[in-house]
Design a protein around this ligand. Structure first.
Ligand code: PMP
Length: 362
């Protein structure tokens, strides 16, 4: 028998990431509510910036992301020198694992936490450690109890995906205070812009040596297709990440579009307002049909059904109507469906269709 070369330990434990579905059999133009994308598309200024960048495609992009970091600093009130840009926040998560975890290390994530924490930990050779949540919410005491001398990173998303729940600044502070010096706390703020007045944890990064924040242009900035994210870190961590990231990790169009998107404050504000309004509408309409959800702070609602069978049946019912949502059994929530807050027409269709499903099942 031929013996093939084997990858490093842990890598074959990775189940490849499952993206949200985008097609529904027999439906020509389905509504995609499976990946928490912005229903209003990219900001017009970003589209124009990509057009202009097309003329410069023969040139390599800048390696230091200087213009984008300066714009991020101005928009978010952070120090541009400690911003590190990546191919989505996914890349920042991966770089953190590569730099600080690795064989022999443990990486803590929560029970229903975003799947890239586990994948990136395993890819680095580290051991992912799953910590229970309490009522689908990050449990600070459970995390602190799981820390060992081998722990290097703790990932929490705040708000969390796919639950939509959030913990307050007092809780995050308690977590940061309780971690030993050999552990870095990563605050994933992919959905931070949907929370009015929330800095995603930026002030905590400024105040400490052991906290990193990750952010993305894939959600409220409507640029998931271009892959731009960033991390905000203490100087010593930013320095480490910059040593290991690819020098040309972000393309010229991606850098230009992200910078332009930051300037389109009218677009971002409208998206935040519409999301809050329609999220409340959707949650209330689902609840009126007997489908509860936790209060969501993000751009999706985690609809909770009686059991896994009902969730699967409703998913199929919605799909037959051209409405694609996200089953989250892989996140240990088989009785739930995660539904992105779409535009007004999409939210009304989802509410109406879930109502029909429940009426027919009764
Ligand atoms: N963190 C969380 C919590 C997310 O939900 C996502 C996107 N699904 C990401 C990070 C990664 O986003 P991106 O790589 O597009 O920035």
């Amino acid at each position: 028998m031929t013996e093939f070369i084997q990858p490093r330990e842990g890598i074959l434990e990775i189940a490849p990431y499952q993206g949200g579905a985008s097609t529904a059999e027999g439906v020509a133009n389905p509504v995609k509510l499976s990946s928490n994308e912005n229903p209003y598309g990219p900001p017009p200024a970003a589209i124009e910036a990509v057009r202009r960048a097309a003329a410069r495609l023969h040139r390599y992009p800048p390696t230091d992301h200087g213009a984008l970091r300066t714009a991020i600093g101005a928009t978010h009130g952070v120090d541009p020198a400690r911003v590190v840009c990546g191919v989505g926040s996914d890349e920042i998560i991966a770089l953190l694992c590569q730099a600080y975890a690795g064989p022999g290390a443990e990486v803590i994530h929560t029970e229903h936490g975003f799947s890239m924490y586990r994948i990136s930990a395993l890819a680095s050779g580290a051991r992912p450690v799953e910590v229970p949540e309490r009522d689908r919410t990050t449990d600070v005491d459970a995390i602190l109890a799981a820390v060992t001398p081998a722990t290097r990173l703790v990932f929490i998303a705040n708000p969390n995906n796919p639950t939509g729940t959030m913990i307050g600044a007092d809780q995050v502070t308690r977590l940061a205070d309780g971690l030993p010096a050999h552990v870095l706390l990563v605050l994933d703020g992919a959905y931070a812009e949907y929370v009015e007045g929330f800095d995603g944890g930026a002030a905590m990064v400024d105040a400490r040596d052991n906290v990193v924040m990750t952010r993305t242009f894939s959600k409220i900035y409507g640029l998931g297709g271009l892959r731009v994210g960033w991390g905000y870190a203490p100087a010593h961590v930013a320095d480490v990440l910059n040593r290991i990231r690819g020098p040309f990790n972000l393309s010229t169009p991606a850098l230009a579009a992200a910078e332009a998107a930051l300037g389109d404050t009218v677009f971002v504000e409208r998206c935040r307002r519409e999301n809050a309004r329609l999220r409340a509408f959707l949650a209330e309409a689902l609840a009126a049909h007997g489908v509860p959800s936790d209060e969501s702070h993000a751009n999706f609602v985690l609809a909770r059904f009686a059991d896994a069978a009902e969730a699967r049946a409703c998913d199929a019912f919605l799909r037959a109507e051209g409405l694609i949502v996200r089953p989250v059994a892989g996140y240990k929530l088989p009785e739930c469906l995660r539904i992105t807050v779409g535009d007004e027409s999409a939210c009304r269709r989802v509410a109406h269709t879930v109502g029909r499903f429940r009426a027919e099942a009764a």
